[in-house]
Design a protein around this ligand. Structure first.
Ligand SMILES: *[C@@H]1O[C@H](CO)[C@@H](O)[C@H](O)[C@H]1NC(C)=O
Ligand SMILES: *[C@@H]1O[C@H](CO)[C@@H](O)[C@H](O)[C@H]1NC(C)=O
Ligand SMILES: *[C@@H]1O[C@H](CO)[C@@H](O)[C@H](O)[C@H]1NC(C)=O
Ligand SMILES: *[C@@H]1O[C@H](CO)[C@@H](O)[C@H](O)[C@H]1NC(C)=O
Length: 366
């Protein structure tokens, strides 16, 4: 009884706050942040590679089979995790790809993500052709994280013009959310691609993770220092040794490639502590870097969520990687974690988006 009496006012207060929060945020359908900028790779790409000289594209069937606009360059059957997150934040329109912002309001944000890109500038840029290793051939003209940040400078300049000055632009941009999800290709398409790159001979996994995080941190600081970014959502890599591609390519079996998982976890730990360092370093009064750990029940207990197939892609793939053009995908797409060799189905993206939404709630409250 006494416990109950003590906890009740707290409960009532938090329910009240929750309701007040929801009345402010949900009822009027206004986005909880007014702008969202997305940086990264194929997990978030929504068409930036379509007209570039690269084979890292997905603007063909069966990609987009469950998407209202069909194949768009999204690497999934329906919505990406970033699409789902944007919709949950209240954005009515999807965030436009940088490659085509015409007819869109850049004040709501831009998506710079480019498939096959990574943190290191050479990741995904190879043009050499190795028979068998299609993954290693002609990725070519993709947009590295550094170039994505240069593209953001262009958008920043447009915001400055629009609002009439850099102070006003920075003030506006400080309220936006910066969604950063990259690094997987620095492993799949660089460190674990010794036929093309020497990084695995030049660095231990620990040194490599430190190198990547040092570079990543510099890019985050650039966004903060030059373009007024303050609210950062920064994703881990998670268990990238368990994609159908990694199982087939590195473990050469149905088992997860633990060597890849271990290297990714080393990166994740380094990234997490770097973000903690940035948070305590007081870059500015309102800067906040939120680490997103994407490991969920999808990895540990997928059947409890209704997913029955975890090690096989839904679409027929070439080299266990991307969907074969016009290949016939599985019908029960809600039961597959993976759409192609690397990317999740929309159903799985919705689960990951729960984690992202929690992280955003923390980021926006604090
Ligand atoms: C660019 O985006 C607009 C608005 O979303 C769309 O109508 C148009 O088809 C797109 N153009 C290209 C070349 O993708
Ligand atoms: C992310 O979460 C998983 C599962 O809870 C955990 O094993 C892993 O250590 C976490 N990653 C980091 C960098 O803390
Ligand atoms: C960071 O700023 C906060 C509040 O402005 C202050 O309390 C804290 O001592 C500062 N920390 C460092 C390391 O300067
Ligand atoms: C990987 O590709 C090979 C050759 O196409 C195929 O035999 C194998 O079943 C695939 N493995 C997985 C896990 O999809």
């Amino acid at each position: 009884m006494e416990m109950e009496a003590k906890t009740k006012p707290w409960l009532v207060l938090s329910l009240f706050l929750l309701a007040a929060n929801c009345m402010q945020q949900c009822v009027h359908g206004k986005p909880r942040v007014s702008c969202l900028f997305i940086f990264g790779d194929s997990f978030s790409d929504n068409g930036n590679n379509n007209n570039r000289a690269t084979n890292a594209k997905s603007n063909y069937s069966p990609y987009g089979i469950d998407f209202s606009r069909g194949p768009t360059g999204r690497f999934t059957n329906g919505q990406t995790e970033a699409d789902i997150t944007a919709a949950r934040l209240g954005f009515r329109n999807s965030i436009p790809p940088y490659a085509n912002t015409s007819g869109s309001d850049i004040m709501e944000g831009v998506n710079y993500a480019s498939a096959a890109s990574g943190i290191r500038p050479e990741t995904g840029s190879q043009r050499i052709c190795i028979p068998i290793l299609t993954h290693a051939t002609t990725q070519g003209d993709i947009i590295s994280l550094e170039e994505q940040i240069q593209n953001h400078r262009d958008i920043y300049n447009r915001v400055v013009k629009k609002l009439g000055g850099s102070n006003k632009a920075k003030k506006y941009l400080s309220k936006c959310l910066y969604y950063m999800r990259t690094g997987t290709n620095d492993y799949y398409g660089n460190y674990f691609l010794p036929q093309v790159f020497s990084t695995s001979r030049d660095f231990t996994t620990d040194q490599y993770a430190q190198d990547l995080v040092r570079r990543y941190s510099r890019y985050l600081k650039t966004l903060h220092d030059k373009y007024g970014a303050r609210k950062f959502l920064v994703f881990d890599l998670g268990r990238i040794g368990c994609t159908p591609y990694a199982r087939a390519t590195y473990a050469r079996s149905r088992r997860c490639a633990e060597e890849v998982n271990d290297a990714a976890l080393t990166f994740d730990r380094n990234l997490k502590s770097e973000l903690e360092r940035l948070n305590t370093n007081n870059l500015s009064a309102d800067a906040k870097f939120m680490f997103v750990n994407t490991t969920t029940k999808l990895d540990t207990d997928p059947t409890s969520l209704g997913f029955t197939v975890v090690d096989t892609p839904c679409c027929p793939t070439q080299l266990n990687l991307s969907c074969i053009e016009n290949g016939r995908p599985c019908r029960n797409r809600d039961q597959y974690v993976h759409w192609d060799g690397i990317h999740q189905t929309q159903a799985a993206n919705e689960i990951t988006a729960d984690t992202t939404t929690d992280a955003i709630n923390c980021l926006l409250i604090s």
